[in-house]
Design a protein around this ligand. Structure first.
Ligand SMILES: [Mn+2]
Length: 230
């Protein structure tokens, strides 16, 4: 049995289907998406429906959280449609109740054997067994630390000291994460980042752990058909 984890899809359904073929899945393989299934891309709802239909697992990304938040605002006041991105308005107007329920059901992390899948990262001092609401948010958003190892907003270029995975010590398992696009997978001692920016015209990457062995993995990737988002 192998574990296959896919990087941020962002509605890139054609690339996702092609990548699944390229992975050459075996019958009992476990498939997990690292979150950000939808938003920004060409086939956001279609990708979500494909995930549900094919019973593919996923953790929760900040874009799932964002759509859920916008959806609850939209239910109160539909004039918000004028103030948000057109593709987000399209999602809100067309998403089904069962799909909202599915998004709400997504876990913030999945642990299988010694492998932990999370969208953003695991900040120092946070224990997965005991997560506050703020901790959960951080799991979807973490990228860089400042010099005091506090997570900083992604646009704080000056405050950037270290990327979280560079100093992560493996205390919550070997982590596979997405969220921050790298040109190639970011390989650290106790973590691997597999968002290679498909929606931005980069690549879609999967990591396959053979027999669930954390030390025996392959990358499978393919190029985006185009740049869907700047
Ligand atoms: Mn993200």
């Amino acid at each position: 049995m192998n574990l296959v984890v896919y990087g941020d899809l962002h509605g890139c359904l054609n690339e996702f289907k092609a990548l699944r073929k390229k992975v050459k899945l075996k019958k009992n393989d476990i498939e997990i998406v690292v979150g950000d299934i939808l938003n920004k891309g060409p086939y956001n709802l279609e990708t979500l429906r494909y995930i549900i239909k094919n019973k593919i697992l996923s953790v929760r990304g900040n874009n799932e959280d964002k759509i859920l938040k916008l959806f609850s605002m939209y239910k109160e006041d539909d004039t918000i449609l004028e103030d948000i991105k057109p593709w987000e308005a399209h999602i809100l107007k067309n998403i089904k109740k069962s799909e909202i329920k599915f998004l709400k059901s997504l876990p913030y992390f999945i642990k299988i054997k010694g492998i932990t899948i999370v969208h953003g990262g695991i900040p120092q001092g946070i224990k997965l067994k005991k997560l506050s609401k703020e901790d959960k948010k951080q799991l979807t958003l973490l990228r860089f630390y400042d010099k005091k190892f506090h997570p900083i907003p992604w646009h704080d270029f000056e405050g950037r000291y270290k990327f979280w995975s560079e100093v992560y010590n493996g205390r919550e398992g070997f982590v596979v994460f997405g969220h921050h696009p790298f040109e190639k997978p970011k390989v650290e001692k106790f973590a691997i980042g597999i968002d290679t920016g498909c929606v931005y015209g980069g690549e879609l990457t999967a990591i396959k752990f053979n027999n669930l062995n954390v030390k025996d993995y392959d990358f499978i990737s393919l190029k985006a058909r185009k740049k869907y988002f700047k």
